[in-house]
Structure formats: structure tokens, C-alpha cells
Design a protein around this ligand. Structure first.
Ligand code: FE2
Length: 188
């Protein structure tokens, strides 16, 4: 099948805010969207948790999708605020995260429960191979902003994480962020 080539384009990214021009598609997540994800109950359901700003490109396997994510700073109990996290619906699809501002941790997990955690700070690019669920955690005091690039037909599987949780949680310890086993993780 021959498809007409897309028109090349450029986008302006504000590294401190993650805002894009021209306007992207925007997905807003509020704290109530994360109800049940933390060890303790959320206290401010209407507060903004994060937003994802995605460039408008067809979600097909021959394209690269990309987005900025602006993740607020804060904690629920002693857990740092995080994104829901997902596997890709097409499990083998990979992704790259480039942190633009703020600081955090990228927590990745295989379905068998193995985890790897990597630092996120400006200038670091994290490679997320296929099969690894991924969640970003804001361990700083300012918004965590990153740019993600992923194969267009990766898709999202949020349900597995919603039902089982991540194998680890990130909490504020005496000497900074600590990665601990998630007592509520439902191993398969
Ligand atoms: Fe992803």
C-alpha cells in the first residue's frame, strides 16, 4: 500500500514548562484519576497531577509519536507523585524519555516483577525497551518535564498496572527518595 508522505514539520518545545507550539493534543490527569494507585488515600481529588501534550501524528507503526509530560511535584502520604504508568499494548514497542527539567525516577517493570529504576534529570535520555512497563516519579520540588518518543502503534495498556500495581514504590526517606517493595503489588 502506497501512502502519501506526511509533510515535514517542526515544533517548539519550552524546556522549562514542556509546552509545545503549535498546539498539541492535551490529556489532563487529576488526582482523582490516580485514586487507588497510592498506599494512602488522596486528599485533593481535583488537583492537577500531570498533563501529556502529544504531537498530532497518525498512530501507525511507520511513524514516531512524541509528547511532553508535565508531572506536578508533591506527595501522597510519603509517596512521591507519579504517572499511572503503562505497558505498551503492543508489548515489544520501545520508547525514549529525555528529561527537560526537574528531577525524578523512571521506574520500569517486567510482567514477572523484575524492576529497574533510572534517574531522570535534565539532559538524561532513558531508553525503555519493549516489554518494560514505565512510570515516572517526581522526587523534586518543581514540575518534572520530559519529552517522550515512541513507536506510533505502541498503544497503551493501563489496566495491568491499575489492577496489579508496580512492584516497587518511591517514598521520601530520611536521606531522600527510597525505592521499596510495594506491599500491595499483586504478583502474577
Ligand atoms: Fe509508553
Amino acid at each position: 500500500m502506497d501512502l502519501a508522505p506526511l509533510e515535514p514539520f517542526s515544533v517548539q518545545i519550552d524546556f522549562s514548562t514542556g509546552l509545545l507550539a503549535p498546539d498539541p493534543d492535551i490529556l489532563d490527569r487529576r488526582m482523582f484519576d490516580l485514586a487507588g494507585y497510592f498506599q494512602t488515600d488522596i486528599t485533593d481529588p481535583s488537583a492537577e497531577a500531570y498533563s501529556v501534550h502529544e504531537l498530532r501524528v497518525p498512530a501507525t507503526g511507520n511513524n514516531l509519536l512524541s509528547s511532553t509530560t508535565l508531572l506536578s511535584a508533591g506527595k501522597v502520604g510519603d509517596e512521591y507523585l507519579f504517572t499511572k504508568g503503562h505497558f505498551h499494548a503492543n508489548r515489544d514497542r520501545a520508547e525514549i524519555y529525555l528529561t527537560l527539567s526537574g528531577e525524578g525516577l523512571l521506574v520500569m517493570a517486567l510482567e514477572d516483577g523484575r524492576t529497574v529504576t533510572k534517574e531522570m534529570r535534565p539532559g538524561i535520555a532513558n531508553y525503555v525497551p519493549g516489554y518494560w512497563a514505565h512510570r515516572s516519579v517526581n522526587t523534586g520540588t518543581t514540575p518534572l518535564v520530559f519529552y517522550a518518543v515512541y513507536i506510533g502503534d505502541a498503544g497503551y495498556d493501563y489496566a495491568t498496572i491499575s489492577e496489579r500495581g508496580f512492584p516497587v514504590i518511591v517514598v521520601e526517606g530520611d536521606d531522600g527518595p527510597e525505592v521499596r517493595p510495594n506491599p500491595r503489588y499483586a504478583s502474577s
